[in-house]
Design a protein around this ligand. Structure first.
Ligand code: AGP
Length: 616
């Protein structure tokens, strides 16, 4: 999740840029850079030294022009291209007179880059962003001024973006635009009335408390003391203003009480970004960063997923989807166990490691073991250039942005989306789904962010149910089919952040032992949306109810039959059964969250746990 900043006017352009970038640090970054414009030329510095990048950038900036008029800066969280100096922002056009910082993903970057190369441009990075600088260059060459050029370019971009652009020929001017990705603009309260823009309020909170936000495809021209906003056709519009009285810590959390809550609310975007650019307009998939030889993928006759914790649960969901779509066996193993037995692997077994951090040692070692047995290894990771991404034969990145809360939420959903994309891409390549089936599934996957958003809007209803169970120390979670991994994830969240015992079972397994524990007062949380085992699930629920259990069910909107078996219902909009975990797990995250909050626990930093587990 990159962060952008821009400052024009006043005597402290460089200092404000660096201070603002430091305040975007909590979003996570692997490289950083600035461009300063001093009335004559652009001066650029970039550092790609991971979490030292800002420190290193500050040293480089000691050689910067003493009195810049304007500048833009960036903290990069790599999505396209490795975290290197060449890929760090700002990116320049061919003349070095236009500089761009960008947060988001330009979905049609490949076709734009090809057209630019045909037109004689030289692109020097692997990023999607660089195309923007060259497109602006073309528009300026045709006689436009910067704001007009940016409007023309906005019309050509697909995907999401917040951009800040400076041009040597228009000193003291920054033009910015956005679609989907966040952007705020402001004027400093002091006498210099410097123009400010940033991805996030904390970056510029020290200068003012009044901000403007832009609607999609609006373009803003910032100069000291002046903010002019137009729509993409150049018609002036009034931006929405916003006054905040948060302190800096609250601002970093985007006004939410904690990172977990913020990250749960980012889930629709995390899924959207993970799907972005990977589905073509004709309904086919182009997941070209898989980086695995199609001939290798063609001969795969078994998939083996290895992962830990929430990533393991995402893998369990994927097992159902991949077996259905590919008609080949999909095995899944807890990564910490995998290499200590004798898993049967060969060059026809595709081993998929799933890890948000890309550093979990158990998963890394499992992947190494698979490689040593000659199996092709692919990783699904949220961190570009993580150890797993570097070592695997292929990689598919989730694009959830950095997750700060220890409990995986948005990365978990992004993993499910990425694994399902992988399944569909393999099905396309192997012809195991018809083009119509593929297009239909992709369309339904593309609609899941709306459904997730809908569930997030029902947070208060879930909180009200959770608050009824604040004295309960033991929960059963039940599910069947894809509902089982959802139940496991719900139970894990509850253990992890609320420190409450929660055991998940496939509901059909109850009668083989666990039902002996059910007595009046036992609380059972079940996932009872209408997958293919829904009827059987309801019978299992009836069994625990008849023994006096209090039952909470996740159910599809309007499903009275399911509601009749429950004491409390967590309603969700219905989704395709193989995609339903993306939606059904959200009320269980909220349930755990509200129980933990009711116990006054720190949901972001649960005891005994680390975000990245680099020990065995
Ligand atoms: C989930 O909430 C946990 N924080 C944990 O189970 C986590 O999913 C597990 O440690 C795996 O981490 P990874 O995805 O970074 O490999």
């Amino acid at each position: 999740m990159c962060g952008i900043i821009g400052v024009t006017g006043g005597a402290q352009v460089t200092e404000l840029l660096l201070a603002g970038l430091a305040r975007l640090e909590y979003r996570g970054y692997d490289s950083a850079g600035v461009v300063l414009e001093d009335g004559e030329r652009l001066w650029r510095a970039r550092a790609a030294t991971g979490t030292r990048s800002l420190e290193d950038l500050a040293k480089l900036v000691e050689d910067a022009p003493a009195r810049p008029e304007a500048g833009v800066g960036h903290t990069r969280w790599a999505t396209h291209g490795r975290p290197t100096d060449a890929n760090a922002h700002p990116h320049l056009d061919c003349t070095g007179r236009v500089a761009v910082v960008h947060n988001g993903i330009v979905e049609n970057c490949r076709e734009l880059a090809a057209a630019l190369a045909d037109g004689g441009h030289t692109l020097v990075s692997d990023t999607d962003t660089e195309v923007i600088a060259h497109l602006v260059e073309d528009e300026l060459g045709a006689g436009a001024e910067l704001a007009g050029a940016v409007r023309a370019v906005v019309r050509r971009l697909r995907g999401s973006f917040a951009v800040g652009i400076v041009r040597a020929e228009e000193p003291g001017t920054i033009v910015a635009a956005r679609r989907v990705s966040p952007l705020v603009v402001a004027l400093g309260d002091g006498p210099e009335r410097e123009g400010l823009l940033a991805s996030d309020i904390p970056a510029i909170l020290g200068r003012t408390r009044t901000f403007w936000t832009l609607a999609d495809d609006q373009v803003v021209t910032l100069r000291p003391g002046s903010v002019e906003v137009t729509d993409v056709d150049g018609v002036s519009v009034a931006p929405r203003s916003l006054h905040v009285d948060w302190d800096l810590e609250a601002a970093e959390k985007g006004g939410f009480d904690d990172f977990m809550s913020k990250e749960m609310h980012e889930q629709p975007q995390a899924v959207r970004d993970t799907l972005l650019g990977r589905t073509l307009a004709d309904g086919t998939l182009a997941v070209d960063e898989l980086r695995l030889d199609p001939a290798v993928l063609d001969q795969v006759d078994k998939v083996f997923i290895v992962a830990c914790g929430s990533s393991f649960h995402a893998g369990l969901v994927a097992k159902h989807a991949l077996e259905r779509w590919l008609h080949i066996p999909v095995e899944i193993d807890i990564a910490s166990e995998f290499r200590y037995r004798d898993p049967v692997l060969d060059q026809r077994t595709l081993v998929v490691g799933v890890s948000q951090s890309g550093e979990t040692v158990d998963t890394l070692q499992a992947m190494r073991h698979a490689s040593s047995e000659g199996a092709p290894v692919l990783v699904i990771s949220n961190v570009v250039d993580s150890s797993m991404a570097r070592e695997a034969d292929g990689v598919l990145y989730t694009r959830a942005g950095p997750e700060i809360g220890v409990a995986a939420t948005k990365t978990h959903l992004a993993q499910i989306a990425a694994l399902e994309l992988l399944g569909l891409a393999l099905a396309q390549q192997r012809g195991s789904l018809s083009p119509d089936q593929l297009a239909d599934l992709l369309a339904q996957l593309g609609r899941t962010p709306e459904l997730i958003d809908d569930v997030l809007g029902r947070d208060e209803a879930v909180a009200a149910v959770a608050r009824r169970f604040t004295d309960v120390r033991d929960f059963f979670f039940l599910g069947r089919h894809v509902g089982y991994p959802v139940a496991m994830e719900g139970a894990l969240k509850l253990k992890e952040i609320a420190y409450v015992r929660a055991e998940a079972y496939p509901a059909g397994e109850l009668k083989h032992g666990p039902i002996a524990l059910v007595e009046p007062g036992t609380v059972v949380v079940g996932v009872a949306t209408r997958n293919r085992l829904w009827e059987k699930m309801l019978s299992n629920v009836a069994e625990v109810r008849s023994r006096g259990a209090t039952v909470v069910l996740v159910a599809d909107d309007g499903d009275g039959e399911t509601a009749a078996e429950a004491d409390h219902v967590l309603w969700v909009p219905p989704a395709h059964e193989l995609l339903s975990p993306l939606v059904d797990v959200v009320p269980l995250q909220q349930f755990a969250y509200h129980l933990a909050r009711a116990h006054h626990l720190d949901v972001d930093r649960p005891r005994n746990l680390a975000k990245t587990v680099t020990v065995e």
